[in-house]
Structure formats: structure tokens, C-alpha cells
Ligand binder design. Structure first.
Ligand SMILES: Cc1cc2nc3c(=O)[nH]c(=O)nc-3n(C[C@H](O)[C@H](O)[C@H](O)COP(=O)(O)OP(=O)(O)OC[C@H]3O[C@@H](n4cnc5c(N)ncnc54)[C@H](O)[C@@H]3O)c2cc1C
Length: 299
């Protein structure tokens, strides 16, 4: 029996899409087609799928909102499991918000505002899912997921489910104990504090204005292309290396914020990868600092 027919035995066919354009599913708006994307709606469906791939020894990718991804122009053969809209409930109990991993950070921030809970304002403008943010300890404007996470649930590649504390996640700068594993985050509990709705709204509006002023939000990108090297700012190093506005094909070092590589309209992933390599090389020549990408590359 073909692999796909066996897969249909563990998850309904309606949950699987074939030959899907990844440029529509990534904020960079580049990349070829994915052979197969699976959209589980429940933890049990997800467990069945993961167990299936584990037993078949087939590797997979996990997709959230595609806001930290660069996908090969040749597309993706590996199956992709999407933890997205179908997996995104948000519940509140006292000062805690429990959400499934596909919930958008902006939706969680809105819920926190509705419930007059403070502490999550920093995340309102990060265009990712809870799962995508937890796996890499997303952060902005002095806040990071590490500060607010009480517990995280995930399933391991054999389909077993675990719940760990925020501490056990070993969060560090853009990293966690689950980074670079095949574990899939299914949800988390976020602990906030009682606050004042007006102040929460004001803080979110201020951070949104700062983003609009400093970041090239009018162009497709994946946010900061590079991690912050210890003791430096990637954007400043890039600008000092004379690379502001440097363009390869449709990819450009943003003239608004040199830490962002943007798609000016017709970029391919190849253009973006070439520009990333060029920037790394020139920054190393000028500053002896080797930039590491924050964006994940899938091929
Ligand atoms: C305009 C813009 C601004 C941004 N600003 C910020 C910012 O201020 N701070 C910041 O930290 N980031 C920022 N980002 C980057 C991005 O939004 C974050 O990294 C976000 O956390 C990615 O979440 P996602 O759901 O889009 O993940 P995806 O891009 O879909 O995936 C990214 C990685 O996470 C993994 N992943 C996703 N979901 C799960 C899951 N449930 N379980 C296990 N692994 C999973 C994927 O396999 C992949 O390796 C910005 C991006 C853009 C486009």
C-alpha cells in the first residue's frame, strides 16, 4: 500500500492537502510547493500522525504561521504537520491563559487585554503562533516567552505527550530545550498579572507604533534575519559594513532596518539565501563577527 493510503488510515483525508504553495504560507512569500501538509484538529489526531511517521521512520517538518521560515524554491518533499488555526483555542482561568499551540500571539494578547491581564503586551506584534514562539523563545522590547510561561505541553516523536514547567524548557536567547528536536508543542499555560485595561492598550499601541516606525512591515520578510550576536546589534554591524539597501535579485537589505532582509516583490528563496551569505561574508570581513541566521531554512 502506498504511504499516503496508510496515512489515510490514521487521519481523515480531509485533514490533508497536497501540492500546496509555500509562498502563500510563509511571510517571506517565497518557496516552492509542499508535497503534503497535514492539519490535525485534535491532540489525538496529532499523536496518530506522529506515531505513524515514527514507525515508518519518515522525517517531517512542523509549521506554525511560517513567519520565521525560508523555504526552498524547489519545494518540500517531507510531509509537513501544520499546528495552526485548527489548533488554536484560548482559555482563561484566574491570571493564567491556557492556549493551544496554533493560537496567534496577537490573539492571546487580545484575550489578555479583554481580561485585564498584563505581561503579554511585548508579544502582541510578533506574527507567529504560540508553538513557534515557544520553540525559539520569541521576544521583543525587553520581554520574552521565558518571562511568562508556566507550563508547556508537547508530544515527542513517538507520540507520547508530556507537560513540563517553564524552567524545564531551559529558555535562552532564541532557544529552548525543544529547539532542534522533533518534538511538537501542543499548548502552554501563560501566567500574567492583574492589570489595567487602559494601560495595557496604551503599551500595545506604543509598541505597535515603534514597530511601524522602525521595521519594514510593508514588505514580506521573516522579521530579523539574524540573531543578535553577543555584545552587538546585527542591524548596526550590517549598516556599518555598507550593506544597507544591498540588493540581489528581488531580495534587499531593508533601507529602513538593516537587520531585516525583505522581499521587494519578486524575490526567490535563492536570492534571499545569496544575500544572507553575502551579508555574513562582508560583516565578517569588516567586524570579524559571524552572524547566525534566526530564520529557519527548509529544503
Ligand atoms: C514582521 C515580523 C516581525 C517579527 N518580529 C519578531 C520579534 O519581535 N521577535 C521575535 O522573536 N520574532 C519575530 N519575528 C519572527 C517570528 O514571528 C517568530 O519567530 C515566531 O515565533 C515564529 O512563529 P511561527 O508560528 O510563524 O513559526 P514558523 O515560522 O511556522 O516556524 C518556525 C520554527 O518553529 C517551529 N515550530 C512552529 N510551530 C511549532 C510547534 N507547535 N511545535 C514545534 N515546533 C514548532 C518550526 O518547525 C520552525 O522550525 C517576526 C517576523 C516577522 C515577519
Amino acid at each position: 500500500m502506498a504511504m499516503i493510503e496508510k496515512l489515510y488510515e490514521v487521519i481523515d483525508q480531509s485533514r490533508i492537502k497536497r501540492n500546496v504553495s509555500m509562498s502563500n504560507l510563509t511571510t517571506f512569500k517565497t518557496g516552492g510547493n509542499a508535497d503534503m501538509i497535514i492539519y490535525p484538529h485534535t491532540t489525538d489526531e496529532l499523536k496518530n500522525v506522529v506515531k505513524f511517521f515514527y514507525e515508518a521512520r519518515l522525517p517531517y517538518y512542523v509549521l506554525g504561521n511560517g513567519s520565521n521560515l525560508l523555504v526552498s524554491d524547489d519545494g518540500i518533499k517531507k510531509p509537513i504537520i501544520c499546528i495552526g488555526r485548527e489548533f488554536s483555542s484560548i482559555d482563561v482561568f484566574d491570571n493564567c491563559i491556557t492556549a493551544r499551540a496554533g493560537a496567534f500571539l496577537s490573539s492571546i494578547a487580545k484575550k489578555a487585554y479583554d481580561e485585564a491581564l498584563t505581561g503579554f503586551e511585548f508579544a502582541a506584534g510578533i506574527p507567529g503562533t504560540l508553538g513557534g514562539a515557544l520553540i525559539m523563545n520569541a521576544g521583543a522590547y525587553g520581554g520574552e516567552m521565558k518571562d511568562v510561561v508556566e507550563a508547556v505541553s508537547f508530544i515527542d516523536p513517538s507520540g507520547e505527550e508530556y507537560v513540563v514547567s517553564g524552567e524545564e524548557m531551559e529558555f535562552s536567547y532564541r532557544n529552548s530545550a525543544l529547539s532542534d528536536t522533533d518534538c511538537i508543542i501542543t499548548g502552554a499555560t501563560i501566567k500574567l498579572e492583574a492589570g489595567n485595561k487602559e494601560e495595557i492598550a496604551e503599551k500595545m499601541a506604543d509598541l505597535a507604533a515603534r514597530r511601524r516606525e522602525k521595521q519594514p512591515l510593508e514588505f514580506p520578510s521573516a522579521g530579523s534575519t539574524f540573531k543578535r550576536p553577543e555584545g552587538y546589534f546585527a542591524g548596526a554591524l550590517i549598516e556599518e559594513a555598507g550593506l544597507k539597501g544591498k540588493t540581489i535579485g528581488g531580495a534587499q537589505v531593508s533601507t529602513k532596518h538593516s537587520g531585516f532582509i525583505i522581499n521587494t516583490g519578486n524575490a526567490t528563496t535563492k536570492d534571499i539565501l545569496e544575500l544572507i551569505d553575502y551579508v555574513r561574508e562582508k560583516v565578517y570581513e569588516k567586524h570579524s563577527v559571524l552572524l547566525q541566521t534566526e530564520v529557519k531554512y527548509w529544503s
